[in-house]
Ligand binder design. Sequence first.
Ligand SMILES: NC(=O)c1ccc[n+]([C@@H]2O[C@H](COP(=O)([O-])OP(=O)(O)OC[C@H]3O[C@@H](n4cnc5c(N)ncnc54)[C@H](O)[C@@H]3O)[C@@H](O)[C@H]2O)c1
Ligand SMILES: O=C(O)C(=O)C[C@@H](O)[C@H](O)[C@H](O)COP(=O)(O)O
Ligand SMILES: [Zn+2]
Length: 363
Amino acid sequence: MSKIIDVGISLDQKYQITVGQQLPQSFKAYCQAHYNRNKIFVLIDENVNRLHGEKVATMVSGFENTHVIEIPEGESSKSVKQWNNITNKILETGIERSTPILAIGGGVTGDLAGFVAATVLRGVPLIHVPTTLLAMVDSSIGGKTGVNHTTGKNLIGSFYQPDAVFSDIAFLETLEQKEWVTGMAEILKYAAIRNPDLFEVMEELIHQPLTPKKRWSEVVEESARIKIDIVQKDTLEAGTRAYLNFGHTFGHALEKVSGYGEITHGEAVFVGMIAACHFSQELGHPVSDVRFSPFLSLYKKQMAPLTVDTEELLDAMKSDKKVKDNTIRLVLLNDWGSPYLYSCEDHSLLHKSWRYTLDKLNK
Ligand SMILES: NC(=O)c1ccc[n+]([C@@H]2O[C@H](COP(=O)([O-])OP(=O)(O)OC[C@H]3O[C@@H](n4cnc5c(N)ncnc54)[C@H](O)[C@@H]3O)[C@@H](O)[C@H]2O)c1
Ligand SMILES: O=C(O)C(=O)C[C@@H](O)[C@H](O)[C@H](O)COP(=O)(O)O
Ligand SMILES: [Zn+2]
C-alpha cells in the first residue's frame, strides 16, 4: 500500500510524494507518463548503488540510455568541487532541458544532485528517491538544494522543487542504526515545533527493532505532511519556514566547528534542539529538554565527546543564513508546538546554553 501526498507550491509547481514499500513500479509508470525516456542521469550515493544497484537498474529500465554517476558517501561530497565534477560529467555526456536527473540517496545526494539539476542548463527535471530516514522525512521535500562552504553550512544553493518524490521505505532495510538515529532528530524537530504526539510515537519505536515496518511508514507520511504544510505557506523562507530550522542555528555551527562529517547533521540538530530548549527556558518558556531525555542515550552512544570551543561555536553562528542586521536569529519555543523567531542580542546567554548542552552530552 502506498500513500500519495499532494504538494502545491504554486499553480505551476505541483507535485506528488509517494510513500510506501517497493515503489519501482510506481516510479516506472510515472516516468513513462512524464518523460520521453530517451536518457536519464542517475546520481546515486555509492553505498546505495552497492546495496540496491539491481533495484535501481529495474527502476530505470524503461529509459534507452542510463548514465549512472556515483556520489562518494559523506558530508564532504556536499561541495563546490563535487558539484563541478558532476556538472562536467553531465555536460560532457550531453544533456537536454527535458532530460531528467534522478537523485537516489540520503540528504547529501539529494542536496547536491538537486543543486546540479537546478543549475545545469538553468534547470532540468529532478526526481528524488530518498533512501535514508532523514531524506524521506525532510531533505527530499521542499526544494532546498545546495552545498557547504568553508564559512558555513549550505551557504551556496537554490530553491528548486522536484517533479516527484518516491519514498520507498524498503530502502531502510539496509540503513545502519547510526543513520536511523540521525533521521529521528528531524522527526523530533516536527514533534517540538508542530505535533508533540510524535514524541510518544518515537519513544515507542525506539524500543523496537529498527526495521521499515508500517508504523515507520506512517511516521514518514506524518513528517512529510508537516513539512509540506510549512513549505507551502512560505516556500522561499521569508518567515515561518524558518521554524524548520529549530535546533539548526546551534546544530549547523557544531557541524562546521567539528569539521563537516565528523558529526552527522541529525546528531548536530539533536544537540542544537537541547540548546534551543535551554535558551527558551531561560526566557521563561515551559519547554524543558526532559522531553528529549528518552532519546539522549541513543545519541550519546554513537557520538564522540564534544570537545568544541563555545567561542568558536558562537562565531560560526554568525554565518547562519537567518542572521539579519548582524544579529543572530534563533528559532525558539513559546511552548511545545509553538515556535517563534527571536533576535539574540545576549551572547552570554548563548554561551550559557552551549555550556549547559555540552555538559549534558558529555556527562
Ligand atoms: N534540503 C533539505 O531540506 C535538508 C533537510 C535536512 C537535511 N539536509 C541535509 O541532508 C544531509 C544529511 O542527510 P543524511 O542524514 O541522509 O546523510 P547522507 O546522505 O550522508 O547519508 C547517510 C549515510 O547513509 C548511507 N545510506 C544512504 N541510504 C542508505 C541505505 N538505504 N542503506 C544503507 N546506507 C545508506 C550513505 O551512504 C551515508 O553513508 C545534510 O547535509 C543536511 O544538511 C537537507
Ligand atoms: O527545509 C527547510 O527549510 C529546513 O530548514 C530543513 C532543515 O532540516 C535542513 O537541514 C535545511 O537544509 C536547513 O537549511 P538552511 O537554509 O538552514 O541551511
Ligand atoms: Zn535539518
